[in-house]
Design a protein around this ligand. Structure first.
Ligand code: BMP
Length: 220
């Protein structure tokens, strides 16, 4: 993934036809696409293939959270379909995450470990353990982590744990986070979904996010 706009477009809702149209409208303003469970369940590998054919990396956000063998099988399925990266939870432990990393290496793919999520409920169980989860991500060899744009101070705290590893940060716009604040706090990329996908003018919305990110600079 080459940082330029530092925006990852999250495509969650089917139909695939609509996701592809938003992706192609937003193309000049984003560095990658992220596709999650709803589109994968409805359109599977075709979603990864067709989004990839637009010429930007596709991250598959399945938040794998299983035993090492199943995680490995999930990652192999995802990378063999043409994905550039996957997400996996860190909480099942270092061995489960390392299984993703091992599979990713065979495909020159990336693994992003989930630490503290962006929604309010993440303070119930995840927040207290987020630094430990980030340390597990580093120890397992993950390429980066997912950290919450809704709590920029938490991005800053987690940046201290992961050093130069990539931080991708969802929670911008619809969930209340600011793209500029997330970047200033230490995110390398913001992940943005509905602010773009549900806009009557997705290209304009994507351009606005990219402008806000550019205005924040990227100090790290
Ligand atoms: P939206 O901008 O529409 O809120 O979308 C955010 C995207 O990031 C969704 O795909 C969601 O599943 C994902 N995400 C998140 O919102 N918070 C997290 O902590 C981790 C995520 O992957």
């Amino acid at each position: 993934m080459q940082p330029s706009k530092r925006v990852v477009l999250a495509l969650d809702a089917p139909p695939l036809r609509r996701a592809l149209s938003v992706a192609s409208d937003s193309l000049p303003h984003v560095d990658a696409f992220k596709v999650g469970w709803p589109l994968i369940v409805s359109d599977g590998r075709e979603a990864i293939r067709l989004l990839g054919s637009l010429g930007k990396p596709v991250l598959v956000d399945l938040k794998a959270a299983d035993i090492p063998n199943t995680n490995r099988l999930v990652c192999e399925a995802v990378f063999s379909a043409g994905a550039a990266g996957v997400t996996a939870h860190a909480f099942p432990g270092k061995d489960s995450l390392a299984a993703c990393v091992e599979a990713a290496r065979r495909w020159k793919g990336l693994v992003f470990a989930v630490t503290e999520m962006s929604h309010p409920g993440a303070v119930e169980f995840m927040q207290d353990r987020a630094e430990a989860l980030a340390r597990t991500a580093v120890e397992a060899g993950a390429d980066g982590i997912v950290a919450p744009a809704t709590r920029p101070e938490r991005i800053a705290a987690l940046r201290k744990v992961v050093g130069k590893r990539t931080i991708i940060s969802p929670g911008v716009g619809t969930q209340g986070g600011s793209p500029a604040d997330a970047i200033r706090a230490g995110a390398d990329y913001v992940i943005v979904g509905r602010t773009i996908t549900e806009s009557p003018q997705p290209a304009k919305a994507a351009a606005e996010v990219a402008t806000a990110v550019a205005g924040a600079g990227h100090p790290h």
